[in-house]
Design a protein around this ligand. Structure first.
Ligand SMILES: NC(=O)c1ccc[n+]([C@@H]2O[C@H](COP(=O)([O-])OP(=O)(O)OC[C@H]3O[C@@H](n4cnc5c(N)ncnc54)[C@H](O)[C@@H]3O)[C@@H](O)[C@H]2O)c1
Length: 327
């Protein structure tokens, strides 16, 4: 029998790619999502239960009915600038929502969790590349909400024997290589989708926040990891939990840093267009440089980023955005 896995946020960008990968690897993905930022049309690989993490009774009911072997927890609000304006939304949805999920898991005797954390838990870089032992000093309510959940998981591990793999993603990017699913939000704030939409003429110009950082061209540096590489790391993490019954915290990044202008120039080259830029001051909550070492994930999961070269990331994303434009 296929192992049922509950996927919170399975209608979202990263969650839906994980449902596809889970199905491919012989698991039975069950999506739990409130569709606040997700897309119903992305739920193609298993059943869907509409519900909100803030509704503990609904969570309990779904867990009792579906009896998952493990939970992959993607559901969250995930926009740094929005979290600076509206921290209440982030602490309620991310922290309280996750507490409800953990408590429903305990009640139903489900002990395995894969948790989507973030490089935003590190804050300003003290050294680069960042390893898992880099001090965690988050500078946005979003990063703090993820950091708080990481602390809660450690306590739940000790007290209730919960086993988890916490995956600290750097910047998720790219689209499904079959162009079935990809990044699609009503309120987009990520660089690559915004730059592509500008190149495709959907937006008239692109805002660049901060051109006075202490980096090679003054713009912020990020590490982009292909969403299919993330999905592969999740199924490996699941098998790690089943085989080793042991908890871990891991970075997932490509180990390469690209500046905002390097990304824009690469999209201009591939699409043969000129992107009109508007330079604005730095945004609060944005560190100047975030890039990872993923050595620990490579070692424990026998995982490597296979699709995270800039060309594959950008060409897959551009293909998806062109398809989305005519949908
Ligand atoms: N995108 C990135 O670069 C990135 C980087 C680091 C970490 N993450 C984390 O990965 C996870 C997925 O991110 P994403 O980019 O796919 O975001 P997304 O917005 O596309 O997906 C989030 C999904 O969760 C659902 N959701 C949100 N709140 C919910 C609630 N209370 N109850 C039920 N469903 C709810 C949304 O409807 C959506 O389908 C998030 O936890 C995010 O913090 C993302």
């Amino acid at each position: 029998m296929k192992k049922p896995i509950l996927v919170t946020g399975g209608a979202g960008y990263i969650g839906s790619q994980n449902c596809k990968e889970l199905a491919k690897k012989g698991f039975h993905p069950i999506t739990f999502d409130n569709l606040s930022t997700g897309n119903k049309s992305f739920i193609k690989w298993g059943p869907f239960f509409e519900g909100d993490l803030k509704d503990g009774d609904r969570l309990n009911w779904v867990l009792k009915k579906t009896k998952p072997t493990a939970v992959m927890h993607f559901a969250a609000n995930a926009l740094v600038p929005e979290s600076m304006q509206n921290p209440k939304k982030y602490y309620e949805n991310n922290v309280i929502g996750t507490l409800n999920l953990l408590n429903a898991m305990l009640e139903n005797n489900i002990r395995y969790l894969i948790f989507s954390s973030s490089c935003a838990t590190y804050g300003h870089p003290k050294f680069s590349p960042m390893c898992e032992n880099h001090p965690q000093d988050p500078i946005s309510p979003y990063g703090k909400s993820k950091y708080m959940i990481e602390q809660i998981l450690k306590d739940y591990k000790k007290a209730y024997n919960l086993k988890y793999v916490t995956l600290r993603y750097f910047n998720a990017a790219g689209a499904d290589l079959d162009t079935e699913i990809g990044e699609h939000r009503d309120q987009e704030s990520h660089l690559i989708p915004l730059a592509i939409d500008t190149a495709l003429g959907i937006n008239s110009n692109l805002n660049v926040y901060g051109s006075d950082y202490d980096t090679k061209d003054g713009t912020a540096i990020r590490d982009y990891i292909h969403v299919q590489d993330l999905a592969l790391a999740h199924t490996r993490s699941l098998n790690y939990l089943f085989d080793q019954n042991h908890s871990l915290e891991l970075n997932l990044g490509s180990e390469e840093g690209f500046s905002v202008l390097e990304i824009i120039n690469a999209i201009e080259r591939i699409t043969n267009t000129k992107i009109s830029l508007k330079f604005l001051p730095r945004r609060e909550g944005d560190p100047e440089m975030l890039f990872a070492t993923s050595k620990k994930a490579k070692k424990h999961l026998n995982w490597d980023a296979k699709f995270s070269d800039l060309k594959t990331i950008l060409t897959s994303a551009i293909k998806w955005h062109k398809k989305k434009k005519v949908l």
